[in-house]
Write a protein that binds this ligand. Sequence first.
Ligand SMILES: NC(=O)c1ccc[n+]([C@@H]2O[C@H](COP(=O)([O-])OP(=O)(O)OC[C@H]3O[C@@H](n4cnc5c(N)ncnc54)[C@H](O)[C@@H]3O)[C@@H](O)[C@H]2O)c1
Length: 715
Amino acid sequence: MIYQGKALTAKYLEDGIAELCFDLEGDSVNKFNRLTLQELGEATAALAAEAGLKGVLVTSGKSVFIVGADITEFTELFKLPDADLRSWAVQANDVFNGFEDLPVPTVVAINGVALGGGFEMCLACDFRVMSSAAIVGLPEVKLGINPGFGGTVRLPRLIGCDNAMMWVATGNHQKPDAALKDGGVDAVVAPEQLKDAALDLLKGTIAGDFDYKARRTEKTSPVKLNDIERMMSFTTGKAMVAQQAGRHMPAPLTAAKSMERNAGLSRAEAIEVEIDHFIKLVRTPQSAALVGLFLSEQAVSKAARGFAKTGGDVKQAAVLGAGIMGGGIAYQSAYKGTPILMKDIAEAGIELGMKEAGKLLAKRVSRGRMTADKMSAVLNSIRPSLTYDGFDKPDVIVEAVVENAKVKRAVLAETEKHIRNDAVLASNTSTISITHLAEALERPENFCGMHFFNPVHAMPLVEVIRGAKTSDSTVAKVVKYALQMGKTPIVVNDCPGFYVNRVLFPYFAGFDMLIRDGADFRKVDKVMEGFGMPMGPAYLMDVVGIDTGYHAAEVMAEGFPDRMRHDFTGISQMMFEAKRYGQKNGIGFYRYEEDKKGKPKKCEDDTALAMAAKAKQASVELSDEDIQARMMIPMCIETVRCIDEGILRDPADADMGLVMGIGFPVFRGGALRYIDQMGVKAFCEMADRYADLGALYQPTESLRKMAANGETFFK
Ligand SMILES: NC(=O)c1ccc[n+]([C@@H]2O[C@H](COP(=O)([O-])OP(=O)(O)OC[C@H]3O[C@@H](n4cnc5c(N)ncnc54)[C@H](O)[C@@H]3O)[C@@H](O)[C@H]2O)c1
């Protein structure tokens, strides 16, 4: 044994050849935490002191290689003052450089995921052999930062500036063939041959067949481009990166600039440049939001696994209603391996549901992502029906009929008679209280909400809603089913609109008031798209369906009359009354024409503009900041209310719910992170400036208290 640590070990394999094996104790994966970094430094020193050492093989004792840096340590690390953060980064790089400088050749066997710091470890080796089942890459920009362990220094020297810029600026995972083609790895072999192949390469290098020293010199010297070549390469590259990243994400372009500035330098100087850019990015609000969101995502999926623990597998499911949502639910369930019965009252509905599922599957087949055989197997596992035949089989039955409390109560009560006593019923209602629907049932404990988003196959979120009488085992079963369907469930308590719609409608109310006060809805859309929303509110209403939105708004107004009832006729009501339902009937705030691919294309419509002019009751001067504030304040305050009332478990669920449910911009983290980044006090002051707009703009007592105590939602 040369070195024995808790994260890695180094020992002789055979005659002068040592194996350095990463195998973090007590964890299912390897990651670069402080301990691993420290031990890598110690192991490197121990290896360097071995007189008989001829070569080092780097391996992993887990199914992954190294997943990356330990992001749970980032929050504390990133709070360090610049000087301390720099000295941490310098020390970390000394460890990598020390390993790279070992007086013997080094070869890494990349058996599984090697990302971020994990791939930077590979880059510090002389040669890389990759399993055909592994992936590599530098995804740091997705956390709003750039690589910090020499990735922007070694990669361009290894694969060229143009390629390296694409790897780093997109942050994409690289599959084996692509990695080999670009030169990011030296060989790709089948998983079972990996260790032997890597060892052979190492022995060959020791024997002098491969010139590892030349490789090393290349990696530690300036990039071999003259000034003009370098300028050409980076000017085009940076323009592409900037265009792809958009104006809200500084990390990709900063990472590209780091490469541009360090390209002509020696390793030591180049690493200094990388660290400068790294610290600069760590200080951006985007990186705080993205790192926070990553941690929230982990917390949300851990909570879901916890809820599902006692759920047991869902072997067979059923869905009532073969409409837009029912068809989508059937497709997703079958595609992910849970057979499903799909019942409707109309033959036409069934046909539509099956056609929808068929279309989605055919698309997968045509893109080469699914075989025709698999497609027919999936389609066969959706069984359409007009009766309750076979309803004694399903473990979970999801109701997705029209959004009408009376109809839903009748359908649920009838269904309950045809299903097993221990089967779980769930409603996909968007707004109607689960406790209210449960009153129609004999076994309300076996009932909860399961709120999918449209389109079901594409939207990751499912709200699982606990009614007053819902049992824990019902929640467990439905969370389990959501996970089986590949979705991310969050468990929320019951109220009109649950979480996502409850906070979305105040946002729409903010929109109606803006139009009343003279804003141009096209401008509001533009401002909110500039804020980072995937579409502005008018366009979003068109996509959701203005009739759907109108009915939902009525349910919300009934539930929260103090703040969600309008005392004026808003533009959305006018659109509804004019039967302008949005995309579904081709006309709403915008007119929709089919483009060449048959997709609806958004066009301006004079009548909509004339209607907006009619809805206008005042001419308030509105800057872009006013528009953004007037849209965001109601949504943020309602989110806080959901926390206060225990509708949500915690801020992580709140922000993840908005990101996954409505596409809230990731670089802002979510509504609560948005308040945190502005400062709770500043947020309350901003809301107070719009106090004349009514109760939706009134900060809660809890917010005022947080402001007074200088508190935040996230640590
Ligand atoms: N469309 C969305 O964006 C969206 C998003 C989330 C949730 N939802 C909710 O999902 C539910 C369904 O919405 P949708 O948009 O799919 O509606 P839809 O009108 O497309 O489909 C409803 C289907 O239910 C069928 N149906 C009616 N009564 C039935 C009965 N007694 N038994 C069986 N089938 C019956 C109809 O024939 C129709 O095919 C609603 O509660 C809605 O609020 C919709």
